[in-house]
Design a protein around this ligand. Structure first.
Ligand code: SDX
Length: 436
């Protein structure tokens, strides 16, 4: 960042000394006012619950223009990456800052492929769960447990440890998500296969059984790879901020990523894809398209706490570019599966149309986000609803790692430790219990 020649001057109506605050410019997007010295100079904190107006860091990884509905990974538009690249190329880009050439891509893919197995002990860890445990509960446990197997690479301040942990996490997330699914199904785990692509290997570990040869569908393989690309990173969202804050204590990468998995699970964040599909199922059960009006009425009723899941975004005040690409992928997969008449897809498109013409949504700039269509395409691929967020976590792992490494790689980083506006009781003395 570079200091601009403009400054912000904070003046106080109570006669306090005005304070000058430097303003910095980035490559793109809003400038920032550096308030790091504010407390020392004024004895006051800023106040911004939910961080609506707060930049927590400087970053060169992902840029979002919420007004234009634009998303760039290291400067490349998501539309171009989703069309011209695959997920492992995108991982390389996010981690290293530029797209790999053919040799770099081959080496990176080969390295990831040869780290896809997990320690055989992991299967016994799963046995502690009920068979119907939610996959995200299993994933939160498994990812944290990885740190118990890699004592040779848990020093987050060691670049070599960060590099091997990044490869291990990217390589093993698909294996762990597939194991969680097989555990739910009561089916045997399928070992990873080194002759398959990243997405093809995941499909194999999910849907193959020891009883017969499983053929990976190239259309589903490509669709899943694109879904991974669309979810790979997204600036300082809740789970990425969680990973940064967790990692800032110096904890190991596996523990920091496990914190990200736990945060992503929430329905306001990565859990919205599961919630969006369940919302569509409910409307379908109530009677489908003709019940949309009734549902929208509930959403607009402040007392109902019903939200149109998969709609709205803190940053996008225009169409989420990922939602558009996801809708296209939906079309491709449903056509391939002979499900182009899928009633749920028709319902979703009608729901979107009605919402985008309704003043409530228009005035609040609420558009479909990445989670609105992703459930429909994952369901068509055969992925169960409760595994959607696990797939999101699988794909977002590379973004979490890239953001964590960017923070740790900055020699000036400090442990994150926000302050508060205290509104509790003034100091008081403990009374003996007899007189309370
Ligand atoms: C992800 O941050 C990221 O980048 C996240 C993510 C990523 O890739 O990491 O993009 C992934 O999490 C996408 C978002 C998935 N969540 C959902 O789809 C859940 C439904 N959406 C909402 O919960 C909400 O839109 C949020 C949480 C996504 C954003 O909430 P904000 O920015 O805090 O906005 P808000 O709740 O203050 O909403 C502003 C107004 C409110 O109405 P008023 O009080 O002004 O009358 O819009 C309303 C809200 O009630 N509103 C909705 C709504 N979303 C916002 N009303 C109905 N349905 C919705 N979905």
């Amino acid at each position: 960042m570079k200091a601009s020649d403009t400054k912000a001057t904070l003046s106080f109506s109570n006669g306090g000394q005005p304070v000058e605050l430097p303003i910095y410019k980035g490559t793109m997007g809003p400038d920032v006012i550096d308030i790091r010295k504010l407390y020392a100079q004024t004895g006051m904190f800023t106040y911004d619950p939910g961080f609506m107006s707060t930049a927590s860091c400087e970053s060169a990884i992902t840029y979002i223009d919420g007004d234009k509905g634009e998303l760039l990974y290291r400067g490349y538009p998501i539309e171009q990456l989703a069309t011209n690249c695959d997920y492992l190329e995108t991982c390389y880009l996010l981690l290293n800052g530029d797209l790999p050439n053919a040799e770099q891509k081959a080496k990176f893919s080969d390295t990831v492929t040869h780290h896809t197995m997990v320690n055989e002990q992991m299967q016994f860890f799963l046995r502690g769960f009920r068979r119907d445990a939610h996959p995200m509960a299993i994933m939160t446990g498994l990812v944290g447990a990885l740190s118990a197997f890699y004592h040779d690479s848990t020093d987050i301040n060691n670049p070599a440890h960060r590099e091997i942990s990044a490869v291990r996490l990217i390589a093993k997330m698909p294996t762990l998500v597939a194991m969680a699914y097989k555990y739910n199904m009561g089916q045997p785990y399928m070992y990873p296969r080194n002759d398959l692509s990243y997405a093809g290997n995941f499909l194999h570990m999910m849907f193959a059984t020891p009883c017969e040869e499983y053929k990976v569908s190239p259309v589903l393989e490509r669709a899943l790879d694109r879904i991974f690309i669309l979810h790979a990173d997204h600036e300082q969202n809740a789970s990425t901020s969680t990973v940064r804050l967790c990692g800032s204590s110096g904890t190991n990468p596996f523990a920091a990523i496990a914190a990200g998995v736990a945060c992503l699970w929430g329905p306001a964040h990565g859990g919205a894809n599961e919630a969006a599909l369940n919302m569509l199922y409910d409307i379908q059960k109530e009677g489908g398209v003709e019940k949309i009006g009734e549902f929208i009425k509930k959403v607009k009723d402040k007392n109902s706490s019903v939200k149109l899941m998969g709609f709205g975004h803190r940053v996008y005040k225009n169409y989420d570019p990922r939602a558009k690409l996801m809708q296209e992928t939906c079309n491709e997969v449903l056509t391939e599966m002979g499900l182009e008449k899928d009633p749920l897809f028709a319902l979703a498109k009608q729901l979107e149309k009605i919402a985008l013409e309704d003043e409530y949504f228009v005035s609040r700039k609420l558009y479909p986000n990445v989670d609105f269509y992703s459930g429909i395409v994952q369901r068509a691929i055969g992925i169960p609803v409760n595994l959607f967020t696990g797939i999101f976590a699988l794909a977002r792992t590379v973004g979490w790692i890239a953001q964590l490494n960017e923070m740790i790689g900055d020699p000036d980083y400090k442990i994150g430790r926000p302050r508060q506006l205290f509104e509790g009781s003034p100091k008081r003395d403990v009374k003996p219990i007899a007189s309370r």
